[in-house]
Design a protein around this ligand. Sequence first.
Ligand SMILES: [Zn+2]
Length: 71
Amino acid sequence: MMPKKREADEKKIKKILEQRGYKGGKAPRGSEVHHIKPLAEGGKDTRENIRVVKTPQHRLIHKNRRARGDE
Ligand SMILES: [Zn+2]
């Protein structure tokens, strides 16, 4: 049986981004929210686990993870 995929908690993410000074609690244009430890691996929507990264960098992170067979 496939484990149920966890959805990101958008409310928590918004609050964290607001606290970091991101307007409206959203990642700026050209950036995205990244979970350092993926939600699928039990990562949480916490300050420690959330980073704002540029979109191309974000794509690269996940591309590398896939290449390692981590995703
Ligand atoms: Zn990511």
